[in-house]
Design a protein around this ligand. Structure first.
Ligand code: SAM
Length: 455
């Protein structure tokens, strides 16, 4: 692709911009593919239909691939064993490790979370007993966020579907807020050349105004001393360094520098007025796409959360049902609640956080266990994919072809498994539930998530 002259011209003032090398890398047509493994479900590399290449240097679980496989046909993607993510974005790991105290549990918010790249990464990195609230304002995009987080399997996760302004009244409850802001998207030009058509100076201006609004709206929800990590996939100074300046100037936040290694070739930048530290990723310098990240500490006093007078819209689970559910779980240290006849399992800190989010629209909280049907549980798919499932259910081990049939929600032969519920596993990873009825079996893979593409 040849980048239009008006676009190139607009980036000339960006720190570290090397016009000739930048144009060359876009003209080359080279593509970088990378994945991040789920440390809680480490896949057996032999079960992957592709080879993991070199490690992405700024993260412990990211790998480059030499070519792009057809990911839809990788059963382990549907098992949540890995996530396909652009490499530069994985720098979030350095930002988190260098700006937060990871020796104690954190309450974190990923404000612009869909489709879930940063959230799945955070869930792998946050200390035990932390909570992650992943918010997505656009309803249709919150479904893919839910799908990806359910597959990732962490129980300490809440998904909300709110506008950032809805967070301004909940009080300062977060130790960490990540804002991976909606932006003009120039960092993705190499991956998606058609996106150059929608780019304009006006779009950059509109995005920068929206970015300020989003940050201002959510700022009251960050505790004093808490960390804000701000990122974009834009090269425009208006959306990067000028926003960093605005955060320091308007919100009296302190910049937090992040150590990088010279070989990583990340460009360190300083905002023009307040010298806020920022980190720029150029595809002609790093093996990854365009990205900017900056971190800040809140230095001002913040309001505590208000006292809720209203009752939450979930109830405790009666003792007999609790006892019935327990056999499905590998721990008894969970709060079990009934929300509209759907049974949920919540780690203690997650339930406490949920109480504080009562004014928001909650799309998912903890692990959905399923519905109680008189004598036993009809288990939810989320329970099968979670880390909470007791390791005592019959297993139907399938090969790749059978796994793909299962994921297409076709019937699979389960005649070897005993009657009742069994997990379907590929390469030792759970794909979902099947129920053996005797002469046939029912495939419980969620209809909306099934693979529609023929082989
Ligand atoms: N963090 C995500 C990840 O790593 O997978 C990518 C986030 S994407 C760069 C920005 C997100 O912001 C999109 O999901 C978009 O729907 C959302 N968004 C759009 N307008 C918004 C607004 N006004 N307030 C908050 N979020 C918004």
């Amino acid at each position: 692709m040849t980048l239009p002259a008006h676009i190139i011209k607009a980036f000339r003032n960006a720190p570290g911009f090397d016009e000739a090398a930048f144009c060359r890398v876009h003209e080359s047509g080279d593509q970088v593919v990378s994945v991040r493994l789920n440390p809680a479900k480490l896949p057996d590399p032999a079960a992957l239909n592709f080879h993991l290449g070199a490690k992405v240097p700024w993260t412990s679980s990211g790998y480059y691939l030499s070519e792009r496989p057809f990911f839809t046909f990788e059963p382990l993607l549907h098992a949540g064993a890995f996530y396909v993510q652009e490499a530069s974005s994985m720098f979030l790991e350095q930002a988190l490790e260098q700006t937060c105290d990871l020796s104690t549990p954190l309450v974190a918010l990923d404000l612009c979370a869909a489709p879930g790249g940063k959230s799945t990464h955070l869930l792998s990195l946050l200390p035990a007993e932390s909570v992650l609230v992943s918010n997505e304002v656009i309803r249709s995009r919150s479904s893919i966020l839910e799908e990806n987080l359910v597959k990732w399997g962490a129980a300490n996760s809440i998904i909300t579907n709110n506008d950032p302004r809805d967070f301004s009244a909940i009080g300062a409850i977060f130790d960490l807020i990540v804002i991976d802001a909606p932006c003009s998207g120039s960092g993705m030009f190499r991956k998606d050349p058609d996106s150059t058509n929608g780019w304009s100076e006006d779009l950059v201006k509109l995005c920068s105004q929206r970015q300020q609004r989003i940050i201002a709206d959510v700022w009251p929800a960050l505790k004093e001393g808490g960390t804000l990590i701000y990122s974009t996939c834009s090269y425009s100074v208006e959306e990067d360094e000028l926003i960093a300046d605005w955060i320091v100037g308007e919100l009296q936040a302190n910049t937090i520098p992040i150590q990088t290694v010279v070989d990583w070739s990340i460009v360190g930048s300083k905002s023009p007025v307040h010298q806020a530290a920022g980190y720029r990723f150029y595809p002609n310098k790093v093996k990854g796409e365009g990205f900017y990240l900056a971190a800040f500490r809140k230095s001002t006093v913040a309001d505590p959360p208000p006292k809720h007078k209203s009752k939450p819209n979930w109830e405790p689970v009666p003792k007999n049902i609790r006892e019935g559910i327990q056999r499905w779980l590998n721990t008894d240290e969970l709060v079990l609640v009934n929300s509209n006849d759907n049974l949920l399992a919540l780690p203690v800190a997650t339930e406490k956080c949920l109480q504080q989010l009562r004014s928001l629209y909650i799309r998912k909280a903890g692990v959905s266990l399923g519905k109680w049907a008189g004598k036993d549980l009809v288990p939810d798919h989320a329970l099968a994919l979670s880390h909470l499932l007791a390791n005592k259910f019959p297993v139907l081990s399938v090969n790749r072809e059978q796994a793909l049939n299962y994921l297409r929600k076709e019937e699979v032969n389960a005649s070897e498994t005993p009657k009742g519920w069994a997990t379907v596993q590929f390469g030792g990873h759970i794909l979902g539930w099947i129920k053996q009825l005797g002469n046939r079996s029912n495939n419980y893979y969620p209809r909306d998530w099934r693979i529609l593409k023929p082989a």
